[in-house]
Design a protein around this ligand. Structure first.
Ligand SMILES: Cc1cc2nc3c(=O)[nH]c(=O)nc-3n(C[C@H](O)[C@H](O)[C@H](O)COP(=O)(O)OP(=O)(O)OC[C@H]3O[C@@H](n4cnc5c(N)ncnc54)[C@H](O)[C@@H]3O)c2cc1C
Length: 494
C-alpha cells in the first residue's frame, strides 16, 4: 500500500472555501456513475459528476455490452422463453457464489424487467433475436444470448432461460449503452466535469462525508455535497499494490479495464472507515474461443479435462486459473475448428497439429498417456451422446478425429474491438470485490452501519457477486444499483 496515505480524508474545518457546491456529487462517469447521476437529477437534486478522463465512458464504454436481465423481459418473450425472477435468482446465487449477496440478487431479479424497461426508456435498443452458441461477444447484433444457464450444473439448479441482453450493435456494444446513458444524463441537467481526479473525501465533525477534493490540470479544488457523495470509480485491477495485497492470483495477468481502475475510490472510502468485501474475487477472461472448446476440450498439464466446456467461459477461466494455475491447452480437431465461423475466431489458429494424441502431447509437453486416455474416454462417451464426467450438453458431443490441434491460450486473442498482437498471459482479468454496500448503495463501516453521506455502486463495490462471475452482471449491477445509490443520495437530508 502507499505509505504516504494520501487518500486520508480532509476535515471540512480545514477546507478554506468550497469551489463548487451541489446536492449530490458523483465520482466517476461509467455506467454506475451515469445511472446514479440520472436518478439523482431526475429526483430533483442538483448533481455534479467528476470524471478523471477527458470524457465519460470508463470500462463500461469498452465492454461487450452484455447486460444480465431476465424474469420475462419482452426480448425473452419474443424469443420464446418464459422466465421468472425466482429462477433468475436461483441461477445467480449459484453462478456468482459461494456467498453471493442474497439481498442484492433477490431485489435485482425481482426488478429486472422494470430495469430492462428503464434502459429501453433511456434509448438503449435490444433486438428480439437470440444468439445461440457459446461466445464472449457475438459478431451479430442479436439482442439475447445464453450466459451458461443451459449448462451443467445450472440446468439442475434453475430452469434455464437466456438472460444476456445486448444493445443492438455488431460485436462490442458498451459504447452504445454509454452513449445513450450520457445523453440521458445531459437531458436531466447534471453538471459533468471531466479531467477531474478526485483524491480525497471531506468529512464533517461527526465523520459524515460532506464533499471531496479533486485535481484538475494540477490545480486542487473542493466540492461540497450537501446530500451525499456517490463513488462509482470502478475496480482496482490497475493498482498493483492493491492486487498483491488482496487478490495475488490476479497479479501478472492482462488487465480488462480502461486503465483507470486504480482503486482510489475504494481507498478513499476505507480511509473514512468503510468496509470491503470479497476483495480476492476476479473475472478471468481466459484467452480462448468458447465455440472451439465447446466443440473440443480444454485440458490441464496432465492432459485431463477439468470443466464442462460449454459453460460460461469466465467460469472456465476461473477453473483454469484458480485450479490449474493457467497450465491449460485447448484441444480441437479439424471439424471442431472449421465449424467455428471465421468472424468468431478472433485470430486464433492452431499452434500445434499432430496425427495422434501422443504426438500432440509430446509437442506441447504434457504426458502422452494422459492426453490419449482423455481423448479415448471422451470419444467413447461422446459416441453415445454422454459426458459422465462434466456433463457437457449432448449438442456439443462428437468423437474427435485426427488430426488433432492444440491451441496455446498464452498466444492470446484479437477481439474486433482491440488491436495488437494479441499475446497474453492467457487471461485478462478485472476485480469483483469492493466496498460493502446496502441495496441502496449506502457504504457500510466495519460495524455494518452506513457511513453518513457516502454511497457507492459499480465495480468500486462488491455487488451481486462473491466469487463467481457471469458476463452482464457488471453492467447490470452497475446500472441497477447505481440508480438506487443516486436516488438514495438525492433523498438524504443531513
Ligand atoms: C473489454 C471489456 C469487456 C467487458 N464486457 C462486459 C460485458 O459485456 N458485460 C458486463 O457486464 N461487463 C463487462 N465488462 C466489465 C464492465 O465493463 C465493468 O465492470 C463495468 O463497466 C464497471 O462499471 P463502473 O461504472 O463501475 O466503472 P467504469 O465504467 O470503469 O467507470 C468508472 C469511471 O470512474 C473514473 N474514475 C476512476 N477513479 C476516479 C477518480 N478518483 N476521480 C474521478 N474519476 C475517476 C474512471 O475514469 C471511469 O470513467 C467488460 C470490461 C471490459 C474492459
Amino acid at each position: 500500500m502507499s505509505t504516504d496515505r494520501t487518500e486520508m480524508p480532509r476535515a471540512a474545518s480545514d477546507v478554506g472555501r468550497w469551489d463548487v457546491e451541489t446536492d449530490v456529487l458523483v465520482v466517476g462517469y461509467g455506467c454506475a456513475g451515469a445511472s446514479a447521476a440520472f436518478e439523482a437529477a431526475r429526483a430533483g437534486a442538483e448533481v455534479v459528476v467528476l470524471e478523471r478522463a477527458s470524457a465519460g465512458g470508463g470500462s463500461s464504454a469498452l465492454a461487450g455490452g452484455e447486460i444480465y436481465l431476465g424474469g420475462g423481459t419482452s426480448v425473452q418473450r419474443a424469443c420464446g422463453f418464459d422466465d421468472d425472477a425466482e429462477e433468475m435468482a436461483k441461477f445467480l446465487m449459484a453462478a456468482l457464489g459461494p456467498d453471493a449477496d442474497r439481498a442484492k440478487v433477490t431485489l435485482y431479479a425481482e426488478q429486472s424487467v422494470s430495469h430492462f424497461e428503464w434502459l429501453v426508456e433511456r434509448g438503449v435498443p435490444f433486438k428480439p433475436s437470440l444468439w445461440d452458441s457459446p461466445t464472449w461477444v457475438p459478431p451479430t447484433d442479436d439482442g439475447l444470448m445464453w450466459m451458461g444457464e443451459n449448462s451443467w450444473p445450472f440446468t439442475e439448479i434453475a430452469t434455464p432461460a437466456p438472460r444476456g441482453h445486448r444493445p443492438t450493435s455488431n460485436d462490442f456494444g458498451g459504447w452504445l449503452l454509454m452513449e445513450r446513458l450520457t445523453t440521458a444524463v445531459a437531458a436531466v441537467g447534471a453538471d459533468v466535469r471531466c479531467d477531474s481526479y478526485v483524491t480525497n473525501l471531506v468529512v464533517g465533525p461527526g465523520g459524515e462525508v460532506v464533499g471531496a477534493v479533486a485535481r484538475r490540470y494540477g490545480t486542487e479544488y473542493t466540492v461540497r455535497a450537501r446530500r451525499g457523495v456517490v463513488l462509482t470509480t470502478g475496480g482496482f485491477v490497475d493498482n498493483e499494490e492493491m492486487l498483491a495485497l488482496h487478490a495475488p492470483q490476479l497479479v501478472g495477468h492482462d488487465k480488462n479495464s480502461d486503465g483507470s481502475d486504480d482503486g482510489r475510490g475504494i481507498l478513499m472510502a476505507q480511509a473514512v472507515g468503510a468496509a470491503v468485501k470479497h476483495m480476492s474475487a476476479g473475472q478471468i477472461g481466459i484467452s480462448l474461443i468458447p465455440g472451439m472448446i465447446a466443440r473440443g476440450m480444454i485440458v490441464n498439464g496432465q492432459g485431463q479435462r477439468f470443466v464442462n466446456e460449454d459453460t460460461y467461459p469466465g467460469l472456465v477461466g476461473q477453473a483454469a486459473l484458480y485450479r490449474q494455475g493457467m497450465d491449460v491447452w485447448v484441444i480441437v480437431d479439424e471439424q471442431g475448428y472449421d465449424d467455428v465461423p471465421e468472424p468468431e475466431r478472433w485470430g486464433v489458429r492452431p499452434h500445434h497439429v499432430a496425427g495422434t494424441p501422443e504426438e500432440l502431447a509430446d509437442l506441447i509437453g504434457i504426458p502422452p498417456s494422459g492426453l490419449r486416455t482423455t481423448i479415448d474416454l471422451y470419444n467413447e462417451h461422446a459416441a453415445r451422446g454422454e459426458d459422465p464426467f462434466f456433463r457437457k450438453s449432448a449438442r456439443w458431443l462428437r468423437p474427435l478425429t485426427p488430426p488433432f490441434a492444440a491451441i496455446d491460450v498464452r498466444m492470446g486473442l484479437r477481439p474486433p474491438s482491440e488491436a495488437g498482437s494479441g499475446r497474453s498471459s492467457g487471461a485478462s482479468v478485472f476485480t469483483l470485490g469492493g466496498l460493502h454496500t446496502t441495496v441502496d448503495g449506502e457504504v457500510l463501516d466495519l460495524d455494518a452501519r452506513p457511513v453518513p453521506g457516502l454511497f457507492a455502486a459499480g465495480r468500486a463495490t462488491s455487488g451481486l457477486h462473491s466469487w463467481g462471475y457471469i458476463s452482464g452482471t457488471s453492467l447490470g449491477d452497475g446500472t441497477f444499483f447505481g440508480r438506487r445509490a443516486g436516488l438514495a443520495a438525492a433523498r438524504t437530508i443531513h
